[in-house]
Every structure is written in C-alpha cells, then in structure tokens.
Design a protein around this ligand. Structure first.
Ligand code: V07
Length: 254
C-alpha cells in the first residue's frame, strides 16, 4: 500500500510529458544500484541472478546518459561492506567487471567513453584488476562520458586514508597545516578530478547514503525510487533528471 502511494507521488512530480531541458542536464550523476538481490528473490531466483540482471541494465543507462550529454556517471558497484556477504556471492561479484567489460568495452570505446575506477584496489582479486585496468588504459584518451565505477569503495575509508596521508606529509614537513582547505581535501579524495555529483539516484526504496561519497554529495540533489535496479530503465533516468530540473527551477524562482 505504502509502496503504491510512494510510486504515485513520484509519478505526480515526474511530469512525463515535460521534455528534458538539454541545457540543464546534471553534469555528474551518481547511482546506488540497489535491489538486485530483492529482484531475484521476488522471482524465486538466487541472488546472483539479480546481480547478473543488474549488470545488463548498465549499458542502456550509459547510452542514455551519453545521449543526454551527461559528462560524468558514477556507479556504486561494490562497497567496502559487501565483503561481509557469503564468499560465493563475493566471488561471483568479482567476476562481473570482467564479464561486463568483455562484452561492453568495444562499444564503450566506439562511443568515446572513458572508464575510471574509484576504490581500494589493494584487496581486489588480480583477475578483476587486470580487466578493469585494461579498460581504464584503453579508454584513457577518450573525451566523452566519464564512466566511474566505485569498486570496493567506502567513503569513511576514503577519508581516513586521506587524513593518514596528510598526517604523514605534515610529519615530514612537506605539507603545512595552514595549507589544508576544502580544495586540497577534494583533490585528495578518490574522486579527484571529478566535479561533485549534481544528482544522486538510489533505487530500491532505501532512503540512505550507506557510506557513499559523503564529502562529495554535500550539495547534491537526491532522488529515490522504489524501482529495483534490474528494472531501472531509460525512462526512470529521464524522470530523475526532470525532477532535478524542476527542483532547480524552483530554486531559481526564489
Ligand atoms: C556489479 C552489477 C550492477 C548492479 C550492482 C551490483 C552487481 C558492473 C561492474 C563493473 C565494475 C567495474 C568495471 C566494469 C564493470 C560491476 C561489480 C558488481 C563488483 F570496470 N556491474 N557490476 N562490478 N554488479
């Protein structure tokens, strides 16, 4: 019941017939791709079937984002907390980057997409890293959409590491506390070089950040939907962007 109410409320604010204003598309969209396990459970399938289905959605969202001239797309693929899942599930997840890239890398290259990753690489399996680095290297010169995968990413971990590094530089006198400001910290996060996300999307009805880009999302617009990630389509991305634009317009009016 609540579910239906929530959906309707979203549809009302969605205004399907209002076209997207191509001059005001969010430059950077970040997405928490949640609900893959739930999608599988609903269908009586194992969780990994949901992850596989969730992976299949990505290429369509990348193409749509590219068409709309979104410049940066960050996707939360694996969190530092996900290691707590059963080993068989983690092992399966760690094969998804290779599976995705085996199929999609040629297309990403043709479409001028530049692949990046953001996360603690030190504990990722070598087979995963090999595939990911190949994609990063082979798309390094591309100038189109920047597709940033958060892989073994956790925002607190990111911040702790940054502070540790800064502490070491202060100890060795290569950095002075007086030099510490927001710009310096921003440049030392794993997202260095990317602008802050303009829009955060989270699927599957959870209304929380779950340790995702805490510093970077300080001023972002948030858009939550009950749609499960494997069911997320181009029209859902459009709706999120339309809602974002309506909010922006309202701010402009004040
Ligand atoms: C994963 C599929 C999407 C739904 C969320 C969880 C499961 C794509 C990647 C990926 C990562 C890096 C890269 C290229 C592709 C991925 C994991 C899980 C661990 F360079 N999807 N996907 N990685 N899922």
């Amino acid at each position: 019941m609540f579910d239906r109410f929530f959906q309707q409320a979203e549809e009302r604010s969605g205004d399907n017939d209002v076209p997207i204003d191509t001059s005001n598309v969010p430059k950077h969209i970040a997405i928490i791709m949640d609900g893959n396990g739930r999608w599988a459970k609903k269908k009586g399938l194992p969780r990994i079937a949901g992850h596989r289905e969730g992976m299949k959605v990505i290429h369509r969202i990348v193409e749509k984002a590219n068409d709309l001239q979104v410049k940066y797309l960050t996707l939360y693929a694996f969190s530092t907390e996900n290691w707590k899942r059963p080993k068989t599930e983690v092992d399966f997840l760690m094969k998804l980057p290779e599976q995705f890239l085996d199929k999609e890398l040629p297309k990403l290259k043709r479409n001028n997409v530049k692949v990046r990753i953001m996360g603690d690489e030190s504990v990722l399996p070598v087979h995963t890293l090999r595939a990911v680095h190949k994609a990063v290297d082979e798309t390094a010169a591309n100038t189109g959409l920047i597709l940033n995968f958060a892989l073994n990413y956790g925002s607190r971990h990111e911040i702790v590491n940054m502070v540790k590094q800064i502490g070491e530089e202060i100890e060795s006198n290569t950095l002075s506390p007086a030099d510490i400001n927001e710009k310096l910290l921003t440049e030392r996060l794993l997202s260095s070089g990317l602008p802050d996300p303009d829009l955060l999307i989270r699927t599957s009805g959870e209304i929380r950040l779950s340790n995702f880009m805490l510093w970077q999302l300080a001023y972002s617009e948030f858009w939550f939907t009950n749609v499960l990630w494997p069911d997320f389509g181009e029209e859902d991305l459009e709706e999120a962007i339309r809602t974002y634009q309506q909010r922006k317009r309202r701010y402009g009016g004040i």
